[in-house]
Ligand binder design. Structure first.
Ligand code: HEC
Ligand code: HEC
Ligand code: HEC
Ligand code: HEC
Ligand code: HEC
Ligand code: HEC
Ligand code: HEC
Ligand code: HEC
Ligand code: HEC
Ligand code: HEC
Length: 313
């Protein structure tokens, strides 16, 4: 899809690059890049190309050669309107000897203007942003991304994950510092393996697999099923009814210290209200003698089984 979007950019001749981004957004007038709303008729002559910017912003232009956005220029046979595809036409700015009021400045722009400019080209990739928790909390693309000063080059992030996320979600540091945790701080996993910071249709901006399964099963495929004998809560309540996704003081990231307590939250006469179908263990195997044996010593295939209705194997 992305490829399609950008190859359509290819087909349109200079000087329309700036306009191309609005073509992508033209379905929705509202999404017109910010500074075009005030100046609807930019002329091709208003675009000078990055060679001109080079004269006064040499360091910025030189550094830009490695930026993924430099590809915009290549697409136009090296005509170099790269800078102005974000900052808008530069003629007035240059004619005014670098008049700072005549160029689009992200640092001075409103959240809406910033997002509209970036989404002018990236709307297909991130259609949910405005509805996401981050969008609603008035974050903009540049709360996390920087085009010129980034630590994470691949995703143009101001600072790399998880530091980026911890700058605002300070309370979560403690969760990942617990004895058992997903190895996010160690760099083996990223917050964005489970969350999409641009929003999703799930709660807490969780990602899901292609077949709309819980994101957890993308890596823990053995828990996915389908099984002949399902432990139905795995699907109805989700993994987090038993596991803490970030970290836990308990092995296997369990929510409670004692596995039997976990099971008996549902499988006991007194607690069945919330899970009316969960039966209380009974019979000779659940007697005084075995009550201190971990349920999972016998019920080993706790996520479901293809051969045994009580998950022994
Ligand atoms: C004649 C020299 C000159 C040329 C050519 C020039 N600029 Fe500038 N530009 C300046 C000056 C001077 C400033 C103000 C710098 C300051 O106050 O820190 C500035 C500021 C800016 C800023 C705002 C910086 C900020 O601090 O927010 C942007 C964005 C910018 N220029 C983009 C461009 C682009 C894009 C081009 C090419 C189309 C360009 N400039 C060409 C001289 C120039
Ligand atoms: C993809 C959009 C985009 C492109 C392309 C782009 N810029 Fe920027 N520019 C930004 C954003 C966003 C900022 C705000 C600071 C940041 O996020 O890095 C910025 C800031 C600036 C500044 C202010 C100084 C600073 O670092 O804060 C200057 C000057 C500037 N850009 C010049 C240029 C020039 C020259 C080019 C072409 C080589 C260019 N920009 C290409 C988005 C862009
Ligand atoms: C004129 C169109 C345009 C605008 C405006 C634009 N981008 Fe891009 N962006 C691109 C292109 C083209 C690429 C390179 C994609 C590729 O090579 O697959 C890119 C790449 C990126 C990447 C690197 C990830 C990747 O897929 O390679 C990030 C992150 C990004 N843009 C964020 C932003 C942000 C944030 C803004 C607003 C400040 C912005 N872009 C504005 C066209 C644009
Ligand atoms: C809360 C932080 C945050 C905000 C706000 C944010 N991003 Fe991102 N963005 C990220 C992170 C983190 C990644 C890397 C994702 C990954 O590695 O899976 C990323 C990746 C990207 C990419 C490249 C890969 C992809 O998923 O397409 C683009 C393009 C992008 N962001 C554009 C945007 C735009 C446009 C906005 C504003 C509408 C925005 N981002 C707002 C954090 C953010
Ligand atoms: C600039 C500050 C900031 C950054 C950086 C940031 N967030 Fe957020 N995030 C917020 C705010 C504000 C909210 C909404 C209020 C809340 O739920 O805390 C939010 C909400 C969320 C939510 C939804 C919480 C819920 O209860 O629904 C998730 C998940 C999330 N952020 C993950 C991330 C991840 C992952 C990163 C790093 C890629 C990140 N955030 C980076 C500020 C930030
Ligand atoms: C293994 C997958 C996974 C990883 C990795 C992960 N999360 Fe989460 N996160 C979840 C799930 C699942 C929930 C929902 C928990 C619930 O509903 O009880 C959640 C909830 C949240 C929430 C909202 C509730 C809360 O606990 O505050 C925020 C904010 C959040 N995550 C941010 C982050 C950040 C920041 C990182 C990286 C430092 C991160 N997550 C890494 C799976 C993950
Ligand atoms: C991107 C891959 C990935 C995703 C997504 C993921 N995990 Fe994990 N998980 C791992 C890896 C790798 C380990 C083992 C390494 C470690 O200790 O972090 C692990 C460990 C675990 C463990 C401990 C296993 C043990 O033997 O002690 C549990 C439980 C777990 N994950 C549950 C979940 C749940 C629940 C989710 C969804 C909220 C989830 N995982 C999402 C990769 C993932
Ligand atoms: C009814 C509670 C419950 C639910 C729901 C649940 N688990 Fe578990 N899970 C457990 C228990 C208990 C263990 C510990 C088994 C052991 O130590 O032998 C475990 C162990 C694990 C392990 C460690 C390896 C293994 O298989 O023993 C992983 C990984 C895991 N669960 C992932 C998941 C994922 C992913 C989901 C959601 C698809 C999920 N769990 C749903 C209770 C549950
Ligand atoms: C969140 C509630 C919940 C938790 C926690 C839970 N279960 Fe279940 N369990 C159910 C429900 C609902 C069923 C399906 C109804 C039934 O067959 O009892 C079920 C079914 C079962 C069955 C199959 C019963 C049968 O009649 O075939 C076994 C065995 C079982 N659970 C054992 C356990 C064990 C062992 C644990 C702890 C590791 C556990 N469950 C944790 C709710 C739960
Ligand atoms: C010593 C092995 C063993 C232990 C320990 C054990 N079970 Fe069972 N469980 C069984 C067997 C065998 C069955 C099959 C029915 C039967 O013969 O009683 C069973 C059946 C069940 C059933 C299905 C309903 C029923 O009573 O037939 C549930 C629910 C159940 N167990 C939950 C638990 C829970 C919760 C624990 C921990 C508190 C636990 N079991 C500990 C062996 C065990």
């Amino acid at each position: 899809m992305k490829r399609l979007l950008y190859s359509s950019v290819l087909l349109v001749l200079l000087p329309a690059l700036w306009r191309v981004s609005s073509v992508n957004a033209a379905r929705n007038q509202d999404q017109q890049p910010a500074h075009q709303q005030t100046k609807t008729a930019d002329k091709s002559a208003d675009y000078l190309g990055s060679e001109t910017c080079m004269a006064c912003h040499e360091d910025v232009v030189n550094k830009f050669a490695k930026n993924p956005h430099s590809r915009l220029a290549l697409m136009h046979g090296g005509k170099g309107v790269t800078c102005e595809s974000c900052h808008g036409p530069g003629k007035e700015h240059v004619d005014g000897g670098g008049d700072i009021t005549k160029i689009f400045r992200f640092t001075e722009a409103s959240v809406k203007q910033i997002d509209k400019t970036c989404l002018g080209c990236h709307a297909t990739a991130h259609p949910n942003f405005e509805r996401s928790e981050h969008g609603k909390a008035n974050l903009s693309c540049t709360s996390c991304h920087s085009i010129h000063k980034f630590e994470d080059e691949a995703s143009l992030l101001k600072v790399s994950q998880p530091k980026l996320c911890y700058t605002c979600h300070t309370d979560l540091k403690a969760a990942f510092a617990q004895p058992f945790h997903h190895k996010v701080d160690e760099g083996l996993m990223k917050c964005s393996d489970c969350h999409n910071p641009h929003g999703t249709f799930q709660t807490t901006q969780l990602k899901s697999t292609a077949d709309q399964n819980a994101i957890c099963v993308k890596c823990h495929t053995e828990t996915a099923g389908p099984f002949v004998y399902e432990h139905p809560v795995v699907k109805t309540e989700g993994c987090t009814i038993c596991h803490s996704p970030h970290g836990s003081p308990n092995p296997r990231l369990l929510n409670v210290a004692n596995v039997n307590t976990l099971c008996l939250q549902c499988h006991s006469e007194t607690n069945m209200g919330a899970f009316p179908h969960a039966v209380s263990p009974s019979g000779p195997n659940h007697n005084q003698a075995t009550q201190y044996v971990a349920c999972i010593n016998c019920h080993t295939q706790i996520h479901g089984s293809n051969s045994d209705s009580v998950f022994f194997h």
